[in-house]
Design a protein around this ligand. Structure first.
Ligand code: SAM
Length: 179
């Protein structure tokens, strides 16, 4: 059974996290609690620029699907959103939501982002929230992201980055880095 992110992270998650990161509260209210409670994004990839209605969007590391559902609202019925994530429980949660809505404009797949299962130039926009920093093969991930973006496609991602010093050393826990 997938757990809520609440209480497991060093930063605010779920509804509080989404509000703190500047997501529109009216929009948050439209997202089912199953997706909202597992939200553990580190920023708001939608704040960077406007995704156009009708766009095809890929969410890398979609988790339980919060940003996926936000993107679905933006692209509308002529658009399509795809989510990929390596954690089976997150994908199960996202898939249950999609099935509950019976929405053909959303699809999710359980895969590693370093081998994105879509053909070249499939997407107008790639979004991601708190995922690139976790990849052990960032170069592959960026190459794959570039490959599936259309010419003039846009990458809008939020992430944490190291400004100075070492974060992980022999005394620090990988959990601190991930959560
Ligand atoms: C901090 S959570 C963010 C989840 C979601 N984007 C959100 O905002 O709630 C990071 C997510 O990235 C996924 N992830 C981490 N590394 C990944 C990789 N190499 N390929 C695919 N998914 C990955 C994890 O399974 C997890 O769901």
């Amino acid at each position: 059974m997938a757990q809520s992110a609440h209480g497991l992270f060093n930063y605010q998650t779920g509804r509080k996290g989404a509000i703190a990161l500047g997501y529109d509260s009216a929009l948050i209210d439209t997202i089912p609690d199953d997706a909202l409670s597992s939200f553990c994004g580190v920023g708001n990839p939608f704040a960077i620029s406007t995704i156009l209605p009708g766009s095809k969007v890929l969410d890398i590391g979609c988790g339980a699907g919060f940003d996926l559902l936000v993107a679905r609202k933006i692209v509308g019925d002529k658009g399509h959103v795809c989510g990929i994530d390596l954690t089976e429980e997150m994908i199960k949660k996202a898939r249950l939501l999609v099935e509950r809505f019976g929405d053909d404009n959303i699809s999710v797949q359980h895969v590693f982002s370093e081998e994105i299962p879509y053909t070249d130039e499939s997407f107008d926009c790639v979004i991601s929230n708190g995922v690139f920093n976790l990849s052990p093969s960032k170069l592959e991930l960026f190459k794959e992201t570039r490959r599936v973006l259309k010419t003039n496609g846009i990458l809008q991602f939020a992430d944490v980055c190291l400004l100075e010093g070492k974060v992980l050393d022999q005394t620090s826990s990988p959990d601190d880095w991930a959560q």
